[in-house]
Design a protein around this ligand. Structure first.
Ligand code: NAD
Length: 290
């Protein structure tokens, strides 16, 4: 089995971005600028946003973190979004999900100007993506496409099974891989919680993309020899041997699959860093498009 090292690839691509942004700065131009809105103190969200800020530094981007307490009002968040939409110094921004229950997530996402929607969640970008038009691609599927491309994994004519149908990972991933493009041109099956006999589908797959949120969901007896496995899941499982009391695992039984598959992403160090990279690429695209 060959490990798909998302961390290493993301570092390489960040270095490429760094060279571009240093050149811009040397020419007296401003650097790309990403902002993030973080509501409350969800530990996972804190960690994701920290990574995003650190990655901006590595790539030579400016970043701004806007924090609000969990009881912030929806109208205050909408006012911040309005300010960011109109702030010429900001190329793109994200609203870190999940949001507290009293905030209407869709209302916020619809308020983000599509030209600054570097997470690619706005229906304008989603619709353009679905029609094969130029758009900000959702960061996680974008990062996965970059990994498949870099590792020379052929998708054309392949059977792909995507597990999970979220708006941010599973559904856009299934669309992107079935488009007439490279990577793409695959025969894609999207399976989910209501799928009957899920194993019959995964056993037939050349490539499996797991985005479910259940630790060790995909087991060795569910995949065929030589399959390619992309593990999107990030799950915390208790681990008394770790100082913080938990460790991160994916949706895939990594140890069990290792001897059977041809390529696989680890968790952590696989899709996660490439998601952040996708966000940086979108921010660069927003910068260049202005
Ligand atoms: P989600 O949590 O919104 O939805 C889970 C999906 O899994 C649903 O579509 C559901 O139908 C499906 N599902 C649930 N139980 C199932 C079952 N028993 N059989 C088949 N399908 C089932 O999904 P999400 O937001 O895409 O997150 C999925 C996982 O990916 C989570 O662990 C999340 O933390 C992780 N994630 C990682 C990254 C990254 O950068 N690595 C980015 C986004 C999400």
């Amino acid at each position: 089995m060959k490990l798909i090292d998302g961390k290493e690839l993301a570092n390489q691509l960040k270095e490429g971005l760094r060279q571009k942004t240093d050149k811009l700065a040397a020419e007296g131009k401003r650097r790309p600028h990403l902002a993030a809105i973080l509501v409350g103190n969800n530990p996972a969200s804190e960690s994701y946003v920290r990574n995003k800020v650190r990655s901006c530094e590595q790539a030579g981007f400016e970043s701004t973190l806007i924090r609000r307490p969990a009881d912030v009002s929806e109208s205050e968040l909408l006012a911040i979004i309005d300010e960011l939409n109109n702030n010429p110094a900001i190329d793109g921004y994200i609203v870190q999900l999940p949001l507290p229950d009293h905030i209407h997530e869709q209302k916020l996402l619809l308020a983000i100007h599509p030209d600054k929607d570097v997470d690619g969640f706005h229906p304008m970008n989603f619709g353009k993506m679905a029609q094969g038009m130029d758009a900000f691609l959702p960061a996680t599927p974008y990062g996965i496409l970059l990994m498949l491309e870099h590792y020379g994994i052929e998708t054309s004519g392949k059977e792909v099974v995507v597990i999970g149908r979220s708006n941010i990972v599973g559904t856009p991933m299934s669309i992107l891989l079935s488009r007439k493009s490279n990577p793409g041109n695959a025969t894609v099956t999207l399976v989910h919680s209501r799928t009957k006999n899920l194993k019959a589908h995964t056993l037939n797959a050349d490539i499996i993309i797991a985005a479910i949120g259940i630790p060790y969901f995909l087991k060795a007896d569910m995949v065929k020899d030589g399959a390619v496995i992309i593990d999107v899941g990030i799950n915390r499982v208790e681990d008394a041997t770790r100082k913080r009391g938990y460790r991160l695992v994916g949706d895939v039984d990594f140890e069990g699959l290792a001897r059977k598959v041809s390529f696989m992403t680890p968790v952590p160090g696989g899709v996660g860093p490439m998601t952040v990279l996708g966000l940086l690429m979108n921010t660069m695209k927003a910068y260049l498009g202005r």
